[in-house]
Write a protein that binds this ligand. Structure first.
Ligand code: BES
Ligand code: MN
Ligand code: ZN
Length: 506
């Protein structure tokens, strides 16, 4: 993580201007700050805020920032009022965005410390989740991938400290716990974003495997096993090897397990598509936006980061990430349209389009997942352009047949603000991926493309609850959103971690 934001929690002392730094205060639209008497302001600061709100009835508009520099002392040197919109339309997700704006406003004024005043009861959340949301919003909103920038670096001065100021009456201990969790989760999202942003010449399957390996150094419950091509060959992973055959880069099958739970309990298995670059292969993609296909390993990055977070949080759960990693390139040994591959499951696949490579590598990974007799399997993949057509750039498509597992994902989606929407996976879609010459074909054309891809995957899943998440849209944002700068979003990380935490009731 590039900028290591240090987060602290402090109790506010009512009625005093106890801090002289840059102070962020959240305000609802059309409200006059009546409740502020218990808050840590001197009279003059309070009057100043009230005056601004009185004169500008739009200061509370969602995401609006109003920056003032009080002249009376002692007082905060800078106050950022951040609008939350209408109280009755308020959500935790909006709050993450508002917090992100506070962080950005502070940083753009070259402040290195931001104090955020939080009162969970004022914000109508009774638990400490608001504090977690503030940390996530500020941290995630400030992300920038600058590893390869050598010029203009002085432009960037990172926010270094974030203080969450809570009223004396609130349960600061719970807030502290939740902020510490949020810091770890944000770090995991940064890890995923960094990996996704890395160009394909720097992040090859081999380098990705090394990065996974490096994660285990500090943590003893985290184990990494890397399968190389000869081992894959021995296992019969010919669908994965077929995709890899067009590239000079060695494929790697990365297995990361975190066993924090009871030895006897079946693990959850996450499977993440990791094409370090997807050129389309012989069915070459058009040049426009092909550079973005360095992000075709976002599913792999998400599951890796999620398992890493689970270990950082010490969750009492067993979870395994399977990450088939390769390039899809049109080399002389590349697999061709019309080729038939014998997958690890024994089922044969006719390759109609070499650009439908994700489902090929996932076929072998999903089959491999059966070895763990998993409690559930969740795969995460930038699988189809069709999913972007169906749901737009910001939404993850969910497909699967297991009702309860889908409900768990929906719940995590609501809690994290990662938008997930279900697409149907009815029988008729399975008809469309049957081949005349092999068991299956890897493409059924454009209609219902996200779903026929899922139907294909389902054929390789054993008798275990399974859900498929197509993140082709949100993995790489062409337009930034409230707390996701454009580019790599790290989608899936917070969703999966929330899913795990819910399972642990934490
Ligand atoms: N990685 C792509 C899907 C993708 C497209 C992700 C755009 C993010 C943005 C995937 O491998 C692919 O090429 N899918 C094809 C499948 C088709 C050939 C059946 C697609 O969606 O066009
Ligand atoms: Mn492709
Ligand atoms: Zn792809």
């Amino acid at each position: 993580m590039k900028s290591e934001l240090k987060v602290t929690v402090r109790n506010a002392v009512a009625g005093t201007d106890q801090d002289l730094g840059c102070l962020g205060i959240f305000v609802f639209q059309g409200e006059r700050f009546e409740k502020a008497d218990n808050w840590p302001f001197g009279k003059e600061t309070l009057n100043l805020i009230r005056k601004i709100l009185k004169r500008n009835d739009l200061a509370g508009k969602l995401y609006r920032e109003t920056v003032v520099f009080p002249e009376h002392g002692p007082a905060p040197t800078m106050i950022i009022l951040i609008g939350l919109g209408k109280r009755n339309e308020f959500t935790l997700e909006k709050f993450r965005g508002a917090a992100a704006n506070a962080g950005k406003a502070a940083q753009s004024h070259r402040e290195d410390k931001l104090i955020l005043l939080l009162d969970p009861s004022y914000l109508q959340f009774d638990g400490p989740e608001v504090a977690g949301a503030a940390v996530e919003g500020v941290t995630l909103g400030l992300y920038k991938f600058s590893a390869f920038k050598t010029l203009d670096r002085e432009e960037v001065r990172d926010l270094k400290f974030l203080t969450i100021l809570v009223p004396e009456r609130s349960r600061a201990k719970a807030v502290r716990t939740e902020t510490a969790v949020a810091v770890k989760i944000s770090r995991a999202v940064y890890l995923a974003r960094d990996l996704i942003s890395m160009p394909a010449n720097e992040l090859t399957p081999t380098v990705l495997a090394e990065k996974a390996q490096a994660l285990t150094e500090k943590r003893d419950k985290l184990k990494v096993t890397i399968l190389s091509a000869p081992e894959m060959k021995r296992l019969g992973m010919n669908a994965l090897l077929g995709v890899a055959s067009g590239s000079v880069q060695e494929p790697k099958f990365i297995i990361v397990s975190y066993l924090g739970g009871d030895e006897a309990t079946a693990p959850l298995v996450f499977v993440g598509k990791a094409l370090t670059f997807d050129s389309g292969g012989i069915s070459l993609k058009p040049a426009e936006k092909m550079d973005e296909m360095k992000s075709d390993m976002a599913g792999g990055a998400a599951v890796l980061a999620a398992v890493s977070a689970a270990s950082e949080l010490g969750l009492p759960i067993n979870v395994v990430a399977l990450i088939p990693a390769t390039e899809n390139m049109p080399g002389g040994k590349a697999c061709r349209p019309g080729d038939i591959l014998r997958s690890m499951s024994g089922k044969t696949i006719e390759v109609i389009n070499t650009d439908a490579e994700g489902r090929l590598i996932l076929a072998d990974a999903l089959h491999y997942a059966s070895r763990f007799e998993p409690a559930a399997i969740i795969d995460v993949a930038t699988l189809t352009g069709a999913c972007i057509v169906a749901l737009g750039e910001q939404v993850t498509g969910m497909m699967g047949a297991d009702g309860p597992l889908k409900e768990e994902i929906k719940r995590a989606s609501e809690q994290t603000g990662e938008m997930v929407w279900e697409l149907p996976l009815w029988e008729n879609y399975h008809e469309q991926i049957k081949s005349e010459v092999a068991d299956f074909k890897n493409s059924a054309g454009r209609p219902g493309g996200a779903i026929t891809a899922a139907a294909f995957l389902s054929s390789f899943v054993g008798p275990y609850p399974w859900v498929h998440l197509d993140i082709a849209g949100p993995a790489w944002l062409t337009k930034g959103t409230a707390y996701h700068p454009k580019g790599a979003s790290g989608v899936g990380v917070r969703l999966l971690v929330r899913f795990l935490r819910n399972r642990c009731r934490q």
